[in-house]
Design a binder for this molecule. Structure first.
Ligand SMILES: CC(C)(COP(=O)(O)OP(=O)(O)OC[C@H]1O[C@@H](n2cnc3c(N)ncnc32)[C@H](O)[C@@H]1OP(=O)(O)O)[C@@H](O)C(=O)NCCC(=O)NCCS
Length: 259
């Protein structure tokens, strides 16, 4: 049986001929001119405190742009250069993100929650146990490691330093750093708490659900792509192509199969 198209929502709608978002008149929110605070309200159902808003704002800035080198940086430019409109190029940002790049926030949030849940008696022992389990299964702990940052991810440090100026309960930040320390002990090399892991700790601190993690990173990165897409379009350099030396064709030897 197909379901009918009836929806029930607490997010937004019309009351007394006024449009509301989370029961706050939209016109009031427009007047307040606070996109970050309104986004927080829209997702969590409550307005943030000043500390929360500052941190939420900072994590979106930290996620917005990290140069053209990563996939989410160059892919939208390549798509735009093929003559696609900016919306289609922006959509390619979402496809370029994944568990190894910008899409590990939700999994890191789940991991931290699981350590807290199962480590009530001894958080540190539980963290070590998870690290050993992941490594024995040759799985990578989400939120740790970076292709370029081998000692520290400066975005994490700055974000955490800002959080430490707040009155918020920061036990998820301490947990993330604890995991970083023990992962280094177990792996015998530093695998930095990367931006995904930092976002995970901060978003849990702010009370966000794990499923929002990757979406928020992607939202910020997609916003950051607009300038790149426009620069690409305005450059007039249409159709990007890899230089010949960047591609190595290695023909498959099929002689055995042909015999
Ligand atoms: C980000 C990432 C893709 C970088 O990969 P990379 O450049 O190949 O990483 P490195 O060269 O520094 O490290 C590779 C080695 O460290 C291990 N390693 C890297 N990240 C790890 C992690 N998070 N947990 C456990 N082991 C990890 C790899 O298994 C590999 O081990 P091996 O040499 O024995 O095969 C990788 O660290 C990763 O997958 N992290 C988890 C996912 C994540 O946080 N993604 C968001 C990135 S912003």
């Amino acid at each position: 049986m197909p379901k009918d198209l009836t929806f029930s929502t607490q997010v937004s709608g019309e009351r007394n001929s006024q449009f509301e978002l989370r029961s706050v008149p939209l016109l009031q929110l427009i007047d307040e001119a606070d996109f970050v605070g309104t986004l927080f309200l829209s997702i969590t159902g409550r307005k943030p405190t000043d500390d929360e808003k500052k941190l939420f704002n900072a994590l979106l800035v930290a996620s917005m742009d990290h140069g053209i080198n990563p996939a989410s940086g160059f892919v939208p430019r390549v798509v735009a250069a093929s003559g696609n409109d900016p919306l289609k190029a922006m959509a390619s940002v979402f496809l370029a993100l994944g568990p190894y790049h910008g899409g590990a926030v939700a999994a890191a949030m789940q991991l931290f929650l699981q350590i807290v849940e199962e480590g009530r008696d001894d958080l540190e022992a539980q963290a070590i146990s998870f690290i050993k389990e992941y490594r024995s299964q040759e799985r990578r702990l989400p939120g740790f490691g970076h292709p370029v940052y081998k000692d520290v991810d400066p975005r994490t440090n700055t974000l955490f330093a800002l959080a430490r100026q707040s009155q918020l309960d920061l036990h998820f930040l301490d947990l993330a750093l604890l995991v970083e320390t023990h992962l280094e002990n177990e792996a015998g090399r530093k695998l930095v708490l990367n931006i995904d892991g930092a976002l995970a700790a901060v978003l849990l601190t702010l009370g966000f659900q794990p499923d929002t993690g990757n979406a928020l990173f992607a939202l910020a990165r997609a916003a950051g792509s607009i300038a790149h897409i426009m620069e690409e379009v305005e450059s007039g350099d249409w159709v990007r192509r890899l230089p010949e030396e960047a591609v190595k064709y290695q023909p498959q030897d099929q002689s055995e199969e042909l015999e």
